[in-house]
Design a binder for this molecule. Structure first.
Ligand SMILES: C[S@@+](CC[C@H](N)C(=O)[O-])C[C@H]1O[C@@H](n2cnc3c(N)ncnc32)[C@H](O)[C@@H]1O
Length: 267
């Protein structure tokens, strides 16, 4: 996804994204940071920070001597992150609207939650982020496990195909996310970036997924890209097909099970 397109999609998604913050993005951000364990005093880059799901717990972990730069292209999500930082009294996190692939700095930890697979070239983008680490710094990537989100997205894409026939060729193609959605493939990919001591934590995370709120999930995340520009009548048809498709596939839970990988640069 081109960064300006990601900004448009996730910027437009801000309202629905917020509806899923409490039950999806924030708990997963907390869990991810608990696995990564930023250290007191660390300088952290949270790449693709969204509304700060992992940036905010990282800011709490690094404490007053540390700092978190939280970078995203979606202005509406950044605003939610800033508001939440104020509520939590976190003065050591800065939210910046920027393409993270052209961001500069030197960091002890770069973390990227559910973001690397949106880069136009996932490997080149990840290498760029790794290049921002000091020697011995750590890179952490959080991504979906193969048997969870990958069941829902094809149903969402298929629901949009009658309105957007050009999507038909992509239904069932997991894209770059499919290259890193198992512990062993994610670990191998991290190692291919030149990282050492790679570990991968597996987290099972499941939420109820009723027809009434499935549609807000569709509009609150990347699936929104499938339906951009459609009128209300077309959106309603996609929604009905999506809900029917979930029922037909027996999907009654949102399986957001997650992998968290951490590796270090050579010191
Ligand atoms: C699925 S959301 C995850 C947000 C957050 N990490 C979380 O866990 O809640 C992916 C985010 O990546 C952002 N993104 C994608 N490409 C980007 C880029 N090149 N630079 C900055 N942000 C980007 C999107 O705007 C979106 O907010």
């Amino acid at each position: 996804m081109k960064p300006d397109f990601a900004g448009t999609v996730f910027g437009a998604a801000a309202g629905e994204f917020a509806r899923w913050s409490g039950r999806l993005w924030r708990p997963l951000g907390e869990i991810s940071v608990a696995a990564v364990r930023p250290r007191p005093g660390d300088r952290v880059l949270d790449a693709c920070c969204g509304a700060g799901a992992s940036a905010l717990p990282a800011a709490a972990a690094v404490g007053p001597d540390g700092r978190v730069d939280a970078v995203d292209v979606a202005a509406g999500l950044l605003e939610q992150g800033r508001a939440e930082a104020r509520v939590r009294g976190l003065g050591n996190v800065r939210f910046a609207e920027h393409d993270v692939l052209t961001w500069d700095g030197e960091y002890d930890l770069v973390q990227c939650g559910y973001g690397v697979f949106f880069f136009p070239d996932m490997d080149a983008g990840a290498r760029r982020l790794v290049s921002l680490l000091r020697p011995g710094g750590r890179f952490a990537v959080t991504t979906w496990r193969h048997d969870g989100m990958a069941r829902v997205v094809p149903i969402g894409m298929a629901a949009a195909v009658p309105e957007r026939p050009e999507l038909a060729a992509h239904v069932g193609d997991p894209g770059p996310a499919g290259r890193i959605d198992r512990p062993e493939t994610l670990a191998a990919w991290m190692t291919s970036l030149g990282l050492t001591g790679v570990t991968v934590a597996e987290i099972r995370f499941v939420q109820p997924f009723h027809s009434a709120d499935a549609w807000s999930f569709y509009l609150g995340a990347a699936m929104r890209a499938f339906v951009g520009g459609l009128d209300e009548a077309a959106l309603a048809r996609v929604r009905d097909r999506f809900v029917a498709g979930l029922a037909e596939a027996g999907v009654t839970e949102l399986d957001a099970s997650t992998l968290v990988a951490v590796g270090a640069t050579r010191s």
